[in-house]
Write a new protein. Structure first.
Length: 320
């Protein structure tokens, strides 16, 4: 794999979000992204922003932007800056969003694999709430953002479907009562796991994410015309295709052989998979993310649409 890595880390975003609103970053967070803040203060003056809206589409990779740039036309035309961001490892959703909103690496915030405990360290939401800012999280139920940031003095809007989430986000913009809003969409991520990152349904889901971002921008332009708003399109991690045509999130140091899926029967079969070193495995519908384990005794339950894996591997690794 390439040894070329983006220089701006995901952990720079937390301080960027809070600094835009004139609030100190969570304790221990990495410094903010000056490229964003320099442009923001040049546009708005020393007062910065008074509204921040962060759109979190899951697994929209940089290479998708590079390969399908024309699909992003509406998003590009509505933004002033496009930056490549380096995610964290293991690059699975709860780990990445924990780093994005805390500003620290996984070994510090404590989520090191695909699990969804409530974060105990300070996050963007804690810092803003302590400063008197009203925050909202809008997410589909059961997903990482709907779970790991619970138990904070913020507003939660959790729904069964992406469509309901997007409708609520537009309602919140119209009501104009929140200083900071996070909207999560996991439809591309779920679709690419089943149909590969460039499958027809996956590309349609990607187009839908771009359309949602454009719709949010247009609503903010109309409803928040009296505000100074920072709007971000911020995925958690990327994706790539693995053998068998399914999609997986991006990992380093991966050797995979002969993965086949049979979603109609609700099962996944795996053979000849080996990797080196040590890490975690993330299971989703028709996919596996592997970085550093030899797999044994796989047991999947796709009844909820996401595989829950509970078994042991060689090399002192665990699968979740």
């Amino acid at each position: 794999m390439s040894e070329l890595y983006d220089s701006i880390r995901l952990t720079h975003l937390a301080a960027t979000f809070t600094s835009a609103l004139g609030v100190d970053a969570p304790e221990g967070a990495e410094s903010p992204c000056d490229i964003v803040l320099d442009r923001l203060f040049a546009e708005f003056g020393e007062g910065g922003a008074d509204r921040v809206f962060i759109y979190n589409p899951d697994a929209v990779a940089l290479w998708l932007f590079q390969k399908y740039t024309e699909l992003f036309k509406d998003a590009i035309s509505r933004t002033q800056i496009q930056l490549p961001i380096l995610s964290v490892m293991p690059s699975v959703t709860p780990v990445c969003f924990a780093s994005m909103y805390s500003g620290v690496m996984p070994e510090i915030h404590g989520i090191m694999r695909y699990e969804k405990p409530v974060l105990k360290i300070k996050t963007v939401f804690d810092a803003l709430a302590a400063a008197g800012k009203r925050c909202a999280i809008v997410s589909t139920e059961g997903d990482s953002i709907s779970k790991i940031f619970l138990e904070r003095d913020i507003d939660y809007y959790i729904y069964p479907s992406v469509e309901e989430c997007n409708e609520k986000a537009l309602e919140l913009i119209a009501s104009d009562e929140h200083d900071f809003i996070t909207l999560y969409n996991g439809d591309y991520d779920g679709t690419m796991h089943r149909n590969a990152p460039e499958g027809k349904q996956s590309i349609e889901a990607l187009k839908a994410n771009i359309a949602v971002f454009s719709q949010i921008y247009d609503a903010i332009k109309e409803k928040w015309s009296g505000h100074r708003t920072l709007l971000g399109f911020c995925p958690d991690h990327g994706c790539h295709e693995i053998d068998g045509g399914a999609g997986s999130v991006s990992v380093d140091g991966l050797t995979v052989g002969r993965l086949s899926t049979d979603l109609g029967a609700g099962s996944t079969r795996l053979s000849a998979l080996t990797v080196t070193d040590k890490a975690d495995i993330d299971g989703g519908a028709g996919m596996l993310t592997v970085d550093g384990c030899d797999l044994a005794n796989l047991d999947l339950d796709l009844g909820t649409g996401r595989a829950e894996i509970d078994c042991r591997l060689s090399g002192d690794c665990e699968i979740d």
